[in-house]
Write a protein that binds this ligand. Structure first.
Ligand SMILES: NC(=O)c1ccc[n+]([C@@H]2O[C@H](COP(=O)([O-])OP(=O)(O)OC[C@H]3O[C@@H](n4cnc5c(N)ncnc54)[C@H](OP(=O)(O)O)[C@@H]3O)[C@@H](O)[C@H]2O)c1
Length: 244
């Protein structure tokens, strides 16, 4: 489909970047967002005239509000890809340190839940009938994953209520939940070969997921033909977890 306007949070790297590239190839106009301007500028340079960047912290209500003027007046598809496991960036042991524990949980909630909730709330009035909200969850929501998995589980619950809220006006909301996906900054260089192999072994396809695997699922949910698919979680994990 061509000629739509797509906003992709976290569009500077990894899954968000692949999603932005897929839509730009379709002939859509893409707005990529994130906190690092130079990273976003790299995507715009690569995608050419079809893309534009708006840099802001999606977990900060004031920053989201301030960014609204630079974001498109009509948004056909919003893809919430911003997020990640903030646990990779913190010191290992917080057991017994309740203040550190609270900070850790809040960090993952901010990065994965608030980024999606705030940007969606801000842009919802700009989504016309036929609009789409797709949020990137995670296999971790179903498998544990501590504060990160809990945040991604919250995304699923929020999406169910969002779908009910916006369904009557012809807008859908769904989650795409990836398993191991390479080609991103997600693991911050901390994925050991042994763990990567274990995660591949858990799949039925016996391979790593790619950012294009995830982008294809997002593209499907954003297509006009997916208008009766809403409130769902689409698992893209090679069968490592069965969402049936
Ligand atoms: N890779 C995997 O194996 C995997 C598996 C399951 C789910 N996921 C999920 O997939 C999504 C995309 O992650 P990825 O794997 O592509 O990793 P990534 O390359 O680290 O992408 C995350 C993006 O989110 C942006 N971001 C993070 N916090 C933000 C904030 N507060 N405001 C604005 N932008 C923010 C980052 O840009 P800035 O730092 O410039 O802001 C970055 O571009 C995440 O929600 C992640 O949890 C990934």
């Amino acid at each position: 489909m061509t000629g739509r306007t797509i906003v992709v949070t976290g569009g500077g790297t990894g899954i968000g970047r692949a999603v932005a590239t897929a839509f730009a190839r379709d002939g859509d106009t893409v707005v990529v967002t994130g906190r690092r301007r130079e990273v976003l500028d790299g995507v715009v340079a690569e995608l050419g005239g079809a893309a534009r960047a708006v840099d802001f912290d999606a977990a900060d209500p004031a920053a989201v509000t301030a960014a609204l003027a630079a974001l498109p007046p009509t948004v056909d598809v919003l893809v919430n890809a911003a997020g990640g496991n903030t646990g990779f960036d913190r010191p290992a042991a917080v057991a017994g340190d309740l203040a550190a524990q609270a900070a850790a949980w809040r960090a993952n909630f901010d990065a994965n839940v608030l980024t999606a909730v705030l940007v969606t709330a801000a842009l919802l009035p700009r989504l016309p009938a036929g609009g789409r909200v797709v949020t990137i969850g995670s296999i971790a929501a179903r498998r544990g994953g501590g504060d990160y998995g809990a945040a991604k589980a919250a995304i699923e619950a929020w999406t169910a209520s969002l779908a009910a809220e916006i369904g009557p006006r012809g807008v859908t909301a769904n989650v795409v939940a990836p398993g191991l996906t390479m080609g991103t900054e997600f693991f911050r260089g901390r994925l050991s070969d042994a763990r990567r192999q274990r995660l591949v072994d858990e799949t039925m396809t016996k391979r790593e997921g790619t950012t294009d695997d995830v982008a294809a699922a997002v593209r499907y949910l954003a297509a006009p033909g997916a208008g009766h698919v809403t409130g769902q979680v689409l698992h893209v994990n090679g069968g490592a977890y069965l969402g049936r």
